[in-house]
Design a protein around this ligand. Sequence first.
Ligand code: ADP
Length: 489
Amino acid sequence: MAKTGETGMRVLFVTSEIAPLIKTGGLADVSAALPAQLHAMGVDVRVLLPGYAQVLKLHPALDQVARVAGLPGEPEVNLLQGTLPDGVPFWVIDCPEMYQRGGGIYQDEHGQDWPDNALRFGLLSRVAALLGSAATPLAWRPEVVHCNDWQSALAPAYLHFAEGAAPCVMTVHNLAFQGIFPSAVVPELGLPWDCFKPEGVEFYGNLSFLKAGLFYARHITTVSPSYAEEIQQDELGFGLQGLLASRRGVLTGILNGIDNSEWNPAADPHIAQPYSAANMSGKAACKLALQKHMGLQADRDIPLLGMVSRFTQQKGLDVVLEVAPQLLRLPVQLVFLGSGDVEIQRKVLDLAHHHPGQVGAYVGFDEGLSHQIEAGADMFLMPSRFEPCGLNQMYSQRYGTPPLVHATGGLKDSVVDCNATSLARGDATGFVLEELTPAALLKTLQRAVAVFQDKAVWATLQRNGMHRNFGWEESAAAYLKIYSALLRV
Ligand code: ADP
């Protein structure tokens, strides 16, 4: 098939979640925005994802375009086609036994990983590889296959053994999730035993999806320059630091962008009143609406700190909860939105229960409320232990809600600490905590609350953040450069 230039280049983007169809975290946002931006730049990009019940409910009348081979010994599956809101075509793999069930997309209703996840995401990877090889039943054949996280990370391994395989880019959105399964699944997935070795898919006696991707992909990217460095070190390498360091020549960190139309305080249907850097009056209305909604005392002047997060160790919520008793002696209000770890959920709800009017919490997933918190809070808390990129700290800057973050990964790459130097330079946008300890967090929170009292400095911080452009243009161009380089060799 003839190669095309950058415009018209055919890219298959493989993902396990995509907003607004199905979302558990940042991967869904990236999977929506990056293909949309590439599409706008003239790339012929198509998205492949599993046919979850949630997706088929939203799109009950998709066109069937092909039947494709499933896992060994399993029947063929249907490939259905639709179009995303921004015009990007997508294919879903229709395999009801694997994807149409209650509970979450990775876990059941009790938070347990689905026992057949190896097969569910093995199928996603295998179909991706099939579409990216000479054996595809479709007329459209990608020049590059772009895989994301462990759920599609077996595709580069399958492609390695396929005829006429397109080169693969493997993006790591979070190295903490690797897709590790017993070796018994190797034949069920149709992988040759040949690749079950350290220089292949094996990881300490098990099969690792992500390691397969990192080993076989032609290029690896991760979602911020700092995280690209950090994952080559013992502390954040999750056992894959050696492999990543050995591939550093083809490892690039590209900061995620944000969807500026979805996250725009001047035109956000979820918030009480629109506002912009030029006219911030609507933000006060958003704060009052949030206070009312979350059962907090209506008070324009008290600093309101917001947090929207998966409730996990990663996000540093335990440290926030540890300093909460001292923090709540300051004149502050706290709002939490999130779900996940049952113990963290309980502690957050307890805190709200014991501090009525000062702490509000909602456990669950609520897209609208996440926008209302970005708009209504004065400050956004994101002291993650590690953070590959993080999106909320960028959303909050755009919403004039300076973030307080730990100096790690994408947080370090996207927030400029407020101090005499950055204020003089004119680029201060938030508060950066060098070390994540309770004492340091409390000190930084106290510093931030003190700055909040200085209305002029606070307004400068807000303005600086609101004027930053975190859009996808630059990042998508960086991906395109990588795709193009793969086609040249
Ligand atoms: P991660 O991908 O590690 O969860 P990110 O900051 O990269 O973290 O992205 C999280 C995304 O998910 C953001 O868009 C955030 O607003 C959203 N999010 C997380 N938890 C919730 C929730 N409980 N309700 C609504 N949105 C949420």
